[in-house]
Design a protein around this ligand. Structure first.
Ligand code: NAD
Length: 364
């Protein structure tokens, strides 16, 4: 029997609608080949939602997301809404979506594609074969901990305070996501903290170590964050899956992403507790400078759809097919402007989509 999944599409602003069209066509083609059906429902978020309803995240959009199996979000924002006060800006829509769905885990892969090795600023022999997944805690730690603020002392001096706090429950749930993720990869998990200095990191380390007992198939190691940053640029191939808190993850996931050198190629996932829909989206923004010109690279969004199939819908074969199609089009020399190199064929967003469909059909 055909398996049907309900997917909420949030195309958003800028290049969002163009890259969404490609991602949907690719999912439908793979679905047909593997007897999977998708019920797509589109909803507004970000600037387009502000134009329609005055709100960056209308209640109906959040409800629609809650009722689906997974959410495919493109990008939000643009010049038109830049002057709005911060509580009305498109970005508020993203924060509201994360809070509304309880998305506490952010997964950011950094995989070097052999065809794009020269886009990296690091030497070929250092980055060739890099395939890292950073699992970052997203809703706790120093970005949210209390007390926080700028306070005046008795002497009149101002003091800025932010507090890094993690409860056992918060650590346990992100650790489980990370172990599950590592299990689907090479089975190596590196937990990154600052346990030599921070008490909160000592609790982090002891909880992650305790949870490891439930995952005998995963090998756990620990690194201090300063060493992890060094190792990421010195010898990134030693990493498979990394798990870390909000602040360290913010920094390390960007550093890991830049090993690949191409922002138009990077997907991501944000997950909540099992049973709630995850949100899958490219790392890049809405690229208003090239919106509507058929110049956008749709591959990060297409790879986000592959992540959705792998991590939310448990359809690894479909995910593999999409990733293989991306490989094929790059092998054939197709490049959008952002990843263009000498001797390659420059194509637009739509033509890249057509090339993907051709690759999927040829693989059937
Ligand atoms: P951006 O990622 O949109 O663009 C940075 C540069 O990369 C631009 O030159 C753009 O043309 C290029 N680029 C990005 N994605 C591309 C793609 N798929 N194909 C080809 N080129 C691509 O970042 P920005 O310029 O800092 O922000 C633009 C808008 O996007 C802002 O309103 C910002 O708030 C928003 N933004 C949204 C998200 C999100 O939705 N998650 C993330 C970052 C920025």
């Amino acid at each position: 029997m055909t398996q049907t999944y309900r997917i909420t599409l949030l195309p958003g602003d800028g290049i969002g609608p163009e890259i969404t069209r490609v991602a949907v066509a690719v999912m439908e083609a793979v679905g047909q080949a593997l007897d999977l059906a998708f019920e797509f429902t589109e909803a507004p978020i970000g600037g387009c939602a502000i134009d329609l309803t005055g709100e960056p995240l209308p209640a109906a959009t959040l409800d629609q997301c809650r009722q689906s199996d997974a959410v495919l979000l493109a990008a939000i924002g643009g010049y038109k809404w830049d002057e709005l006060p911060s509580h009305q800006r498109p970005e508020r829509g993203l924060l509201g979506l994360r809070a509304g769905l309880g998305l506490f885990a952010n997964l950011r892969p950094a995989k070097i594609l052999p065809q794009l090795i020269d886009a990296s600023t690091l030497k070929r022999e250092v980055v060739e074969g890099v395939d890292i997944m950073v699992v970052r805690e997203l809703t706790g730690g120093i970005y949210f901990g209390e007390p926080k603020g700028i306070f005046e002392t008795e002497t009149g001096e101002k003091r800025g305070v932010s507090t890094m706090v993690y409860g056992e429950g918060e650590i346990d749930r992100i650790a489980r996501v990370a172990f599950e993720t590592a299990k689907r990869r090479k089975g190596q998990l590196c937990s990154v903290d600052k346990a030599n200095v921070l008490d909160v990191s000592q609790l982090w380390r002891s909880r992650v170590s305790a949870i490891a007992a439930d995952y005998p198939e995963v090998t756990l190691s620990h690194l201090y964050v300063d060493n992890a940053a060094m190792q990421l640029v010195r010898a990134p191939k030693q990493f498979d899956t990394i798990v870390t808190g909000n602040l360290f993850g913010d920094i390390l996931s960007d550093a890991a992403a830049m090993l690949t050198g191409s922002i138009g190629m990077l997907p991501s996932a944000s997950l909540g507790v099992p049973g709630t829909p995850g949100v899958f989206e490219p790392v890049h923004g809405s690229a208003p400078d090239i919106a509507g010109q058929d110049k956008a690279n749709p591959l990060a969004h297409v790879l986000s759809a592959a992540m959705m199939l792998r991590y939310a819908l448990d359809q690894p074969v479909a995910a593999d097919r999409i990733e293989a199609a991306v490989n094929t089009v790059l092998d054939r020399g197709y490049r959008t402007g952002d990843i263009m190199a000498e001797g390659m064929t420059l194509v637009g967003c739509q033509a890249m989509g057509d090339a993907l469909l051709e690759a999927i059909a040829a693989a059937n």
